[in-house]
Design a protein around this ligand. Structure first.
Ligand code: KIV
Length: 272
């Protein structure tokens, strides 16, 4: 059952800020292809993230680092063709914005022009402030991403909870405030203590979308393939699996093999 407070025919960056002001939680999921995006959008999910997690989920890489700008644009343009309602946010991949603000703007413009995405997402705080400002000045909406930032995994060394210590928590709060001040429309907070995430959400007017950040924030995001139970090897505490598609799909494929081998498929009704 939907608990939407207002019927948004098209979700915009403004709608998200309005949802927060009205106390309506924001739903966000990933998609990387047309077919999945069509189902996610049709189900009424507010925001679809074309995440660089495509690097793991679609391509089988261990990290998000290898995915290229061209590959992100390919995924995003497939998603865009599917949607009627959701806001589409596209990750700017590692290596396409860290060196300088001009490169960051060029990458963001390519995403907007070539994929038709509605906004970009970037990982980091004050280190990338100038790049975010340059992109915002060009009229491109930016979603921030703080806490566990997978593009910096080799700096952290592990995927454990971030900002448990006071110093890191303080920097995260300062970064979040800075992102709001310069004009980001929302921030993803990944794998941080729930108490800290709520404190950040309560102190800002832009929405905080959490993943492993508790329920005191303004919305939630999950990787679609994880919440559908298609991936078995990834088991973080924050993940709720709504289906066990890994098992269901395996059983369907096995049945197909059996049917083909037994000449049970196709039957008389399934041929011309
Ligand atoms: O790439 C991604 O899927 C993400 C989410 C985990 C927030 O950034």
């Amino acid at each position: 059952m939907s608990t939407a407070k207002k019927d948004y025919k098209r979700v915009t960056v403004k709608s998200l800020v309005e949802m927060k002001a009205n106390g309506e939680k924001i739903s966000m999921l990933t998609a990387y292809d047309y077919t999945m995006a069509k189902i996610v959008d049709g189900a009424g999910v507010d925001v679809i993230l074309v995440g660089d997690s495509a690097s793991n989920v679609m391509a089988g890489h261990e990290t998000t680092l290898p995915i290229t700008l061209d590959q992100m644009i390919y995924h995003a343009s497939s998603v865009i063709r599917a949607i009627d309602r959701a806001l589409i946010v596209v990750d700017i991949p590692f290596g396409s914005y860290q060196s300088d603000p001009k490169e960051a703007l060029r990458s963001a413009i390519r995403i907007m022009k070539e994929s038709g995405g509605h906004a970009v997402k970037m990982e980091g705080g004050k280190e990338i402030k100038e790049s975010i400002k340059r992109i915002l000045n060009a009229g491109i909406p930016v979603m921030g991403h703080l806490g566990l930032t997978p593009q910096s995994i080799y700096k952290f060394g592990t995927y454990t909870v971030r900002a448990k210590e006071e110093e890191e928590a303080q920097k995260l709060k300062e970064d979040a405030l800075m992102l709001e001040k310069i004009g980001c429309f929302a921030i993803v907070l990944e794998k941080v203590p729930a108490k800290l995430a709520k404190e950040v959400a309560d102190s800002l007017t832009i929405p905080i979308i959490g993943i492993g950040a508790g329920n005191g924030v303004d919305g939630q995001v999950l990787v679609t393939h994880d919440m559908l139970g298609m991936t078995h090897e990834f088991n973080p505490r924050f993940l709720r699996r709504y289906l066990d598609l890994y098992t269901d799909m395996t059983n369907a494929f096995k049945k197909y093999v059996t049917d083909v081998k037994a000449v049970d498929f196709p039957n008389d009704d399934e041929q011309y």
